[in-house]
Every structure is written in structure tokens, then in C-alpha cells.
Design a protein around this ligand. Structure first.
Ligand SMILES: *[C@@H]1O[C@H](CO)[C@@H](O)[C@H](O)[C@H]1NC(C)=O
Ligand SMILES: *[C@@H]1O[C@H](CO)[C@@H](O)[C@H](O)[C@H]1NC(C)=O
Ligand SMILES: *[C@@H]1O[C@H](CO)[C@@H](O)[C@H](O)[C@H]1NC(C)=O
Ligand SMILES: *[C@@H]1O[C@H](CO)[C@@H](O)[C@H](O)[C@H]1NC(C)=O
Ligand SMILES: *[C@@H]1O[C@H](CO)[C@@H](O)[C@H](O)[C@H]1NC(C)=O
Ligand SMILES: *[C@@H]1O[C@H](CO)[C@@H](O)[C@H](O)[C@H]1NC(C)=O
Ligand SMILES: *[C@@H]1O[C@H](CO)[C@@H](O)[C@H](O)[C@H]1NC(C)=O
Ligand SMILES: *[C@@H]1O[C@H](CO)[C@@H](O)[C@H](O)[C@H]1NC(C)=O
Ligand SMILES: *[C@@H]1O[C@H](CO)[C@@H](O)[C@H](O)[C@H]1NC(C)=O
Length: 456
């Protein structure tokens, strides 16, 4: 008999019911009423759904000699998991560490949980504490598993878009929030199909429009929910998009990522440069494993070009999406024309500067350090001796503000006259003193104002 009194938590006497006279004797001897075999917890409702109020009803609850009782989350009487303590004498409850504000006990031992959450699912333990006696334990506990069911919520089907193309694999997935996890069955055009969360149909053929429905069932609550999607299968792949992360990369400085944003049901991506397929392995060029990102490492002006991205599957290719990359470079060392040279006074001089640059360079001139108008072509219609000098052209870049210069030495010399008589043929055009001109007037000679003749 004594053995039955030493009840560790959760160890229940399972030999009952005891013969009436023995039980009476027992009660008289020890004034302790423990009939743990009859202490059971029943959740009401028995299959609670999230949001419902739940009562854990205790049967076989012993009210006499009861000091207090506690409720715990989990199967142990761990203080950290204690929800509340109910003191029988005063009828008051005090909260424990696992109290969430939604629990309330009653004098009959039952626990009310209002607005249940899914995470209220789990084991609940009640422990009764009796007034101390001379021998044995004065505590008894038991527990129950409380499931809180949820859903299924309306299923979510992915992908949402119905951009499927002939020759692609059609993969649809369905998810419905549910506790426990939902079971899924697919219906294709009104006919029950495969089960499972994913539907996979390889190599879809064209010209079809089909309705796929996903039917989710909560295996415990028996509740269900359905969602459907109409899928049309196109004969063409829509054009991908191309994104560039730097539209003005600077030569020898920047790297560029070109990203192909393909249609959803693609199989492969192919990049073209100037009409040629780009393959990974080319120097200065990187392709991500899925070919989506083309990286041009440290661009040069030679990378300026038309790039195109195309999506393909075994049956269909998209139209190519083009993007033109314009690398910013320069200004290169200018070329000055004419270079060092000598002019005869009176001639027209036009000196030009050109520097390769993108965008086009801006030019300024200096003659022996004196600034001239900012122009690419410097014109002097009638050079004189004091136009001699060092002509310096400076090309500057409007974006990078880089500069580069080049020079030409221009020498202006005095006129020298040919021996008499003036020979028209040695003159392309020019002047000759009238006194030195040929006697016979020629149709190409015309008298000028100040005693000079002009040849044509
Ligand atoms: C659930 O319990 C709360 C608090 O105990 C109460 O206010 C509410 O009316 C109850 N809801 C239902 C549906 O019984
Ligand atoms: C249970 O879930 C509710 C709502 O999602 C949350 O507020 C609460 O903190 C959770 N409780 C525990 C013990 O995780
Ligand atoms: C896909 O199906 C088409 C007919 O619909 C067939 O011609 C083709 O060979 C199939 N491709 C593969 C990879 O199975
Ligand atoms: C599915 O149903 C649609 C509309 O009723 C029909 O156009 C289509 O041909 C059907 N597809 C198949 C594979 O039966
Ligand atoms: C563009 O991508 C390249 C390569 O990853 C990177 O080095 C560069 O910093 C990026 N540029 C910008 C503006 O994000
Ligand atoms: C499509 O499915 C077949 C197997 O049925 C597989 O071999 C092929 O790689 C899949 N294609 C893609 C693009 O996933
Ligand atoms: C550029 O693309 C590569 C993959 O090719 C990636 O690792 C990197 O993060 C990308 N850089 C930027 C700036 O997006
Ligand atoms: C660009 O290409 C040309 C011709 O192939 C080559 O001569 C030149 O060095 C290249 N320039 C750069 C900056 O790589
Ligand atoms: C032009 O003349 C300058 C000064 O006389 C000289 O230093 C330079 O080398 C010459 N340039 C050329 C291309 O001859």
C-alpha cells in the first residue's frame, strides 16, 4: 500500500479501480485522496481550429485537501514552463513564466485558453499539490496533447504568370498554410491528376489552354480549400530585357554587368556581340553559371558595341533584346595638322586639332602661351610674320576632365619673288610686282591696285 503513495510525477496507478473497502481504508489511514488513474484531461472542442477558445477539462479532479494546482506547457513540471498557479483556498490564480495573457484556470482544475494560436499546440501538464502528509508525495500530475489545427488557407499557386512556352517544362507549385501540413491533389482540366505539392509536366506542347486546380486538404480537420490557374501555352518566347549596371563605363577603370532578364519559362540564355555568340572563357569576359549576367571586366573602347540577349528552349527562341554599350574614353594625344611647318606671309593658315574621345573632346588653343578662341580649327586668313610661334592644342574630356595636349611649330617667312620674268606656271596664285611682270599681258594677269599684278 505504502508503495502506491510514493508517486513520482506522471507515474500513475493503473491497477484501479480499487475494491471499495480497501479504498475507504486507505482514505481513512492517510487522509489523502489520490486516485490518479482517473485524472484525465479532455480538450474541448476535441479538434480545435486556430482562433477558437479551448478548454482543457479535467476529469477525476480531487478538490479535497487540495492546496493548489499548476498548469505547465510541455510534459514536465519545469518552472520555466509554468503557465499559472491556482490557489484553492483563496480561489486566486497567479501567472507563471509561460503565461501569455490568454489562460485562465477554474476551481475545478480546467484551463481556458482563449483565441488559440497554432503554437498553442503541444503537451499540457496539470499538477495538483495537496496539504503535506506524514509520508509520501503530496503531488500528482498528468498531461495531454493538445493539437490546434489550422487551415488549409486558400492555396497559393506559383508561378503566378502563365507565360509558358512550347517545349518548356511546366512546373507548378501549390502551398496552403495548414496545421498539420495539407495534402495536395491536382486537377487538370477537371480531371483528378497527381498528388503532391508540385506538378511537373515536361515538354509541354502548344496551342493548349488548360485549367490547373490545386486541392489542399487538412488531414486532421478534414477541411479543404482549392485554387486554380489558367495556363495558356504560347508558341513564342517573349523578348527578354537587358539591364546594364553602368551605362557610361570609363575605359581601363570600370567593369560592367549586363543582366538578361528572361521570360519565365526559359531554358537557356545566349549572348551575342556584333551578331556572334559570346562564350565564356574569352578574356576579359565573364558569364554567370546560368548565363544571365555578362560581365565585361575593365572595359576598353573596343568593348563599345551592340550586345544582345536571347532566351531559348529546344523548340523556340525569343527575339533578341539589344543594348548598345558606349565606353567613355579619351582624350587621346591630339594630332595637329599641319604639323611643324613654314608658311609664306599672306597665305591663309588653318590649323586643326583632333583627339579621339567619347564623348567628343573640347579644344582650346594657345599660341606661345596666349589663349586663343576655343575651337577645333583655328583659322588665320592672312598670316604675317608675327603669327610664328608654338601652337598648342589642348583637348579636354567633358566627363572625366582628363586633358591632353600636342604642339606644332609654325614659322611664317617673308615672301620671296621668283626671277624675272614672272612665270605664271610657277605660281599657283600669288602676287608679283607690276614692274617685274611679263610685258605681254596674259589673260591670267590682272593689274592690282598698288602697283602689283595678281595671277589667277
Ligand atoms: C473566447 O474567450 C474570450 C475571453 O475569455 C471571450 O471574450 C470570447 O467571447 C470567447 N469567444 C468565443 C467565441 O467564445
Ligand atoms: C505564438 O504565436 C503568436 C502569434 O503568432 C505570438 O504572438 C506568440 O508570441 C507565440 N507564442 C509563443 C510561445 O511562441
Ligand atoms: C517535345 O515534344 C515534341 C512534340 O510535342 C517532340 O517533337 C519533341 O521531340 C519533344 N522534345 C523532347 C526533348 O522530348
Ligand atoms: C482544357 O479545357 C479548355 C477549355 O475547356 C480546352 O480549350 C482545352 O483544349 C482543354 N485541354 C485539354 C488538354 O483537354
Ligand atoms: C557593375 O558591375 C561590376 C561587375 O560586378 C562592378 O565591378 C561595378 O562596381 C558595378 N557598377 C555599379 C555602378 O554598380
Ligand atoms: C525538363 O525536364 C526534363 C526531364 O523530363 C529534363 O531532362 C530537362 O533538363 C528539363 N529542362 C529544364 C530546362 O529544366
Ligand atoms: C556582377 O555579376 C557577377 C556574376 O557574374 C556577380 O557576382 C556580381 O555580384 C555582379 N555585380 C554587381 C555589382 O551586380
Ligand atoms: C582595340 O582594337 C584594336 C584593333 O584590334 C587594337 O589595335 C587596339 O589596341 C585595341 N585598343 C584597346 C584599348 O584595347
Ligand atoms: C616640332 O618643333 C619642335 C620645336 O622646334 C620640336 O621639338 C619637335 O620635335 C618638332 N616636331 C616634329 C614632329 O618634328
Amino acid at each position: 500500500m505504502n508503495e502506491h503513495m510514493k508517486l513520482p510525477f506522471g507515474d500513475f496507478q493503473r491497477n484501479g479501480p480499487w475494491p471499495g473497502h480497501l479504498l475507504t481504508a486507505f482514505l481513512l489511514c492517510f487522509q489523502l485522496q489520490l486516485t490518479p488513474a482517473e485524472l484525465t484531461i479532455t480538450p474541448i472542442p476535441s479538434r480545435p481550429v486556430e482562433g477558437e477558445n479551448i478548454t482543457l477539462f479535467v476529469q477525476g479532479f480531487i478538490g479535497e485537501d487540495l492546496m493548489s494546482f499548476n498548469w505547465f506547457r510541455g510534459s514536465t513540471t519545469d518552472l520555466a514552463q509554468q503557465i499559472l498557479t491556482f490557489v484553492s483556498m483563496s480561489g486566486t490564480q497567479s501567472m507563471g513564466k509561460a503565461y501569455t495573457g490568454r489562460e485562465r484556470a477554474e476551481a475545478d482544475g480546467s484551463l481556458h485558453i482563449s483565441s488559440s494560436h497554432l503554437n498553442d499546440s503541444g503537451i499540457y501538464t496539470i499538477r495538483q499539490i495537496f496539504f503535506p502528509t506524514d509520508s509520501g508525495s503530496n503531488m500528482v500530475s498528468t498531461n495531454v496533447y493538445l493539437p490546434v489545427y489550422d487551415g488549409p488557407d486558400p492555396p497559393v499557386l506559383r508561378p503566378e504568370g502563365s507565360d509558358f512556352v512550347v517545349g518548356s517544362n511546366l512546373t507548378l507549385s501549390c502551398f496552403a498554410s495548414s496545421n498539420p501540413a495539407a495534402h495536395y491533389i491536382w486537377w487538370v482540366n477537371g480531371t483528378a491528376g497527381p498528388s503532391g505539392q508540385q506538378l511537373f509536366i515536361p515538354n509541354i506542347s502548344g496551342g493548349k489552354s488548360e485549367v490547373y486546380a490545386c486541392h489542399a486538404t487538412n488531414p486532421d480537420s478534414g477541411l479543404h480549400s482549392t485554387a486554380e490557374i489558367a495556363v495558356s501555352i504560347s508558341e513564342t518566347l517573349t523578348q527578354p530585357g537587358v539591364l546594364v549596371n553602368n551605362s557610361g563605363p570609363v575605359e581601363n577603370k570600370d567593369s560592367v554587368n549586363l543582366t538578361c532578364v528572361p521570360p519565365k519559362s526559359l531554358v537557356a540564355i545566349v549572348w551575342f556581340n556584333d551578331g556572334e555568340i559570346l562564350l565564356s572563357g574569352r578574356q576579359g569576359l565573364g558569364l554567370s553559371p546560368d548565363n544571365r549576367i555578362l560581365t565585361l571586366e575593365v572595359v576598353t573602347r573596343n568593348d563599345s558595341d551592340l550586345y544582345q540577349c536571347e532566351a531559348r528552349n529546344p523548340d523556340v527562341a525569343s527575339t533578341r533584346a539589344p543594348i548598345t554599350l558606349k565606353v567613355i574614353y579619351g582624350p587621346d594625344i591630339p594630332i595637329v595638322t599641319p604639323p611643324n611647318s613654314t608658311f609664306v606671309e599672306g597665305y591663309a593658315l588653318t590649323i586643326s586639332c583632333f583627339s579621339d574621345s567619347n564623348p567628343a573632346a573640347q579644344y582650346t588653343w594657345e599660341i606661345d602661351g596666349t589663349p586663343e578662341p576655343s575651337t577645333q580649327h583655328l583659322s588665320i586668313p592672312d598670316v604675317s610674320l608675327d603669327n610664328s610661334g608654338v601652337y598648342t592644342c589642348e583637348a579636354s574630356h567633358i566627363i572625366t576632365h582628363q586633358r591632353s595636349t600636342a604642339q606644332a611649330r609654325i614659322q611664317v617667312s617673308e615672301r620671296e619673288w621668283p626671277p624675272l620674268p614672272c612665270d605664271c606656271h610657277s605660281w599657283v596664285a600669288g602676287h608679283c610686282p607690276l614692274s617685274e611682270a611679263r610685258e605681254e599681258p596674259s589673260p591670267w594677269i590682272q593689274e592690282a591696285e598698288n602697283g602689283w599684278v595678281q595671277f589667277f
